[in-house]
Design a protein around this ligand. Structure first.
Ligand code: ADP
Length: 476
């Protein structure tokens, strides 16, 4: 299988190609992906610019039809595409299928948004004058996406971009070209005019950087690491380019003494370890009150030990492999750092399975505190730390003691503490008696502090980024 660029309505031949490897079985080569140079980005941006004007004038019905087609096909093929996703990224088959379905639902939601569009009309403060506030497309948007949600993140950027009338150049992560290619292949048959959606595969420092710098990209939406985000923000600031970014998390889950123990353990198991902990909303810091701490740790370690880690395509698997060797090394190095800093590590050993993949036993690090690196730096693996605290007030203080602010959770039976936490947790999303990860597709997604920048993604709020506002005055 060859994964190619899609530019101006054509699939392009590219000479250089890189192998796309299954992290559950490194002997399984899924395909070869184009490794584009900067000229491919120039070509794609040119195609997008040429197509942007007529697409900006497309009717809500045209946009609805295209988005609805894409959504329907993703939903109809969720098993097949979910299999590709699990094979390429390493999350389990069930998670891959659910993510593909979610991508389909996102396209369906934004099909509806294309119809709702809307604006405002109001009287002027001056007699005889009317005021209209309307929205128009931004123009050409560059979308740069990570490997951890290789179907859903391209979907939640592409769908609003098209719904609000923009042309797109998508640059997906190097590790997951297959999902992006499959999405492009559906979009290619959706009735969308040539050039409105373009896909360019390749290295971030070459193609991604070029997309950000290109004078004809009007806006950039990026999801990825904080380091890359800083580079992109510097360039966009210099060029006065509209920018939206979603970066890391170090999401706290507070467990108070009055929590339902089983519910708390379930929420932490899910939030910390599902999708191999490779979610920006993963509960990587478990902040547990003294009265429940020992029972909580005993129960959670029992559940962790029973998790079935293995080949993502095996239906019995609950935790798939880590995405690649580089990420596995990073996970292991943080376990080492945490142990040296005084943490007690449970689990966390590499595992041999019948296929050769990047398997890591989920790890829980107890006896940690906020000053340790494990509680300040994002790891992005099946690893969570436990910090013991005295009471709610101490828990809130520890929960907020991080440069990040994406998602924060609390398990408690106390309405008073839950209400206070919702108001005072420094995070863009707060969960009460629910895992920090796992969000709805029709409401805003995003964080505060070092986690996010710019307008919110998803839900109707996505229009703040994907459209611009005009205020018109008429004297009649
Ligand atoms: P991760 O560590 O999760 O791979 P990155 O931030 O490196 O996170 O990657 C996220 C996305 O950003 C990928 O599509 C990657 O190719 C792209 N990328 C990496 N470096 C740059 C850069 N300098 N400019 C633009 N995009 C980049």
């Amino acid at each position: 299988m060859e994964f190619r660029n899609f530019i101006g309505g054509e699939w392009r031949e590219t000479a250089a190609a890189s192998a796309n490897i299954n992290p559950s079985d490194i002997s399984d080569v899924i395909g070869y992906a184009a490794e584009s140079d900067a000229a491919e980005i120039d070509h794609a941006v040119g195609a997008a610019k040429a197509a942007a004007v007529s697409w900006s004038a497309s009717t809500p019905q045209q946009r609805f039809d295209v988005l609805d087609f894409i959504g329907s096909e993703l939903l109809a093929r969720k098993d097949e595409l979910g299999h590709l996703l699990a094979r390429e990224e390493g999350k389990t088959l069930a998670e891959g299928i659910a993510e593909t379905a979610r991508a389909g639902q996102i396209f369906k939601f934004f099909a509806g948004e294309a119809l709702r569009g809307g604006g405002e009309a109001m009287a002027s403060v001056r007699p005889g004058v009317g005021v209209e506030i309307t929205r128009s497309p931004v123009g050409v948007v560059g979308l740069i996406t990570p490997w951890n949600f290789p179907m859903a993140i391209p979907a939640w950027k592409t769908a609003p971009a098209l719904a609000y009338g923009n042309a797109v150049v998508l640059k997906p992560a190097e590790l997951t070209p297959g999902c992006a290619h499959a999405l492009a292949e559906i979009i290619a048959r959706s009735g969308l005019p040539d050039g409105v959606f373009n896909l360019v595969l390749g290295k971030g420092k070459v193609t991604g950087a070029r997309l950000v710098e290109h004078r004809d990209t009007d806006a950039i939406s990026f999801t990825g690491s904080a380091e890359t985000g800083s580079e992109i923000a510097a360039t966009c600031g210099r060029l006065r380019k509209k920018l939206q970014m979603e970066m890391g998390g170090k999401n706290p889950m507070v467990v108070l003494d009055d929590a339902d123990l089983d519910l708390a353990v379930e929420a932490c198991l899910n939030g910390a370890f599902y999708s191999t902990g490779q979610r920006c909303t993963a509960s990587s810091r478990l902040i547990v009150a003294g009265g429940i701490h020992d029972r909580f740790v005993a129960s959670l370690t029992g559940r962790i030990a029973a998790l079935r880690v293995g080949n993502a395509l095996d239906r019995a698997t609950e935790i798939g492999p880590v995405v690649d060797g580089r990420q596995l090394d990073k996970d292991l190095s943080y376990l080492d750092i945490a142990a040296k800093e005084g943490g007690q590590v449970f689990g966390g050993q590499t595992l041999q399975r019948t296929t050769n993949g990047f398997f890591l036993a989920p790890a829980l690090i107890t006896e940690t505190n906020s000053g340790m690196r494990i509680n300040q730096e994002e790891v992005f693996g099946p690893i969570a730390s436990v910090s013991r605290v005295e009471d709610y007030e101490a828990a809130l203080q520890v929960a907020n003691d991080t440069p990040f602010g994406l998602s924060a959770g609390i398990c408690t039976g106390s309405l008073k503490h839950a209400t206070h936490f919702k108001a005072n947790a420094e995070a863009g999303m707060v969960m009460v008696n629910l895992p920090t990860a796992g969000v709805d597709y029709h409401v805003p997604f995003g964080g505060t502090k070092g986690s996010s920048f710019g307008g919110r993604e998803q839900g109707a709020h996505a229009k703040e980024f994907y459209s611009k506002i005009k205020t018109s005055y008429t004297f009649a």
